[in-house]
Design a protein around this ligand. Structure first.
Ligand code: PLP
Length: 423
């Protein structure tokens, strides 16, 4: 095993043997190459003659770039064209951590500095690399890409349990956590894709209780919180913070990992910027720094570093006085669509479909009765010029992308199609 990896493992083991036991084989082997090209270039950064880094510079030390690209940018060239660190821009990491704490007031300031990823999908891959060996527990339905991320071409299995059973399915969560095996890896995604469900505050308390009890009984639990749609909660009584707030400081046998980013939260889908952040009871600087080193090692080996241009853009945006205001305007647009969906649905009988519970996010699902979802989808597209997603026996409706004025028509088309298909 590499010397750097051994050193990191020693730190993690000394500071927190439980977190060490949670690391996968690959997670133990990964490290950030402290003495490699990046580190050596950083040391040479201010030298008179710097012939270290693989970036081209002009004779005056500005980046050697193409004007056709730079003239489209208002940013300083060096903040866009050069590489960002594999960990992400330090100011952005600090800012995002401050923002996490502000958006989650009950979260103790005992979490790691976030490491910048190239979107949330990349954050999941890093998580997989560090912690998953054979299985991950996920409430079903879930975002289909988890199949590719966690299982495709690998021996890992997704152990699913039904998300709903008269609200959030606490009973099956408990069974899953208390099944054989000491280490449990669990994924929560609220607001959920595809259902648009976030648990109520009461349900979150029950979830936390169940996890805490399993931890007390000796289970070592790593929970990844996929917070892609954070902040888009539309009803009172629904948990407003990330469940990470509750889990990051709950018990020494629980490591909470937050994967989030600007993709949906800040309406910047193509910027490809996400974050991975760690929290555990009694976690300390040394432990968090070693975990960040490991995460940055996976960044370095997979994409080297996330887009510098996007990181600079975002840092500027977060400091802008209009940031909160503009976000709130977008939130209102989505909330109005959500309300319209609820209003329209109230007009329909439950002959052909039942809406699954929803209260947040971008989506809602209709569970179809006696009609084939894929056939309905195809007919909707061909006959009614209406696009939705078919998932097993459900249709996923993204009200995030449908204009308010067309929501009534959208459900009318679905109802008519189901009726025709039933005949
Ligand atoms: C639940 C969930 N997580 C993660 C992502 C992916 O985010 P990104 O585009 O930043 O990789 C999505 C995108 O649809 C999602 O629905």
């Amino acid at each position: 095993m590499n010397k750097n990896a051994k050193e990191l493992n020693l730190i993690v083991k000394n500071e927190n043997p439980i977190v060490y036991s949670m690391l996968s084989k690959k997670g133990r082997e990964i490290f950030f190459p402290k003495n490699g090209i990046i580190a050596q270039s950083a040391e040479a950064k201010d030298s008179d003659i710097n012939a270290s880094i693989g970036i081209a510079f002009n004779d005056d030390n500005s980046p050697l770039i193409l004007d056709i690209i730079s003239k489209k940018l208002k940013l300083k060239n060096k903040n866009a064209f050069t590489y960002a660190p594999s960990y992400g821009k330090p100011q952005l990491r600090k800012k995002w951590k401050e923002m996490i704490l502000k958006k989650n007031p009950s979260l103790f300031d005992n979490i790691s500095l976030p490491v910048v990823t190239s979107g949330l999908t990349h954050g999941h891959s890093i998580f997989k690399y560090l912690f998953i060996e054979d299985e991950i527990i996920i409430p079903d339905p879930f975002w289909g890409n988890y199949n590719l991320i966690f299982t495709n071409g690998q021996s890992t299995k997704i152990k699913k349990f039904p998300l709903f059973s008269d609200g959030f399915n606490i009973t099956d969560l408990e069974k899953m956590l208390n099944s054989d095996g000491e280490k449990k890896v669990l994924l929560f995604n609220f607001p959920n894709n595809p259902t648009g469900y976030t648990p109520t505050t009461k349900e979150v308390e029950m979830i936390v209780e169940v996890i805490k009890n399993s931890a007390k009984n000796g289970k070592k639990i790593v929970v990844i919180c996929d917070d892609a749609y954070f902040g888009l909660v539309y009803e009172k009584g629904i948990y407003q913070e990330s469940i990470f707030s509750k889990l990051a400081n709950i018990h020494k046998n629980v490591l909470a990992v937050k994967v989030d980013g600007v993709t949906k939260e800040d309406y910047a889908w193509g910027f490809r910027i996400g974050f991975i952040t760690f929290g555990t009871k009694d976690g300390n600087e040394k432990l968090y720094s070693a975990l960040a080193d490991k995460a940055a090692g996976v960044v370095r080996k997979s994409i080297s570093s996330a887009c510098h241009l996007s990181q600079t853009f975002l840092l500027d945006a977060f400091e802008d006085p209009n940031y909160e205001k503009e976000k709130n305007e977008n939130y209102k647009i989505l909330k109005n669509r959500y309300k319209m969906v609820k209003k329209v649905l109230a007009k329909y009988d439950n002959k052909y479909f039942d809406p699954l519970p929803f209260n947040s996010g971008y989506f809602m699902c209709l569970k179809l009765k006696g009609v084939d979802a894929e056939k309905v989808r195809q007919k909707l597209l061909k006959k009614y010029n209406t696009g939705v997603i078919a998932i097993d026996d459900k249709l996923r409706i993204a009200f995030s992308s449908a204009p308010l004025s067309k929501i009534e028509k959208l459900f009318e088309n679905i109802y008519l199609t189901c009726k025709e298909e039933m005949k």
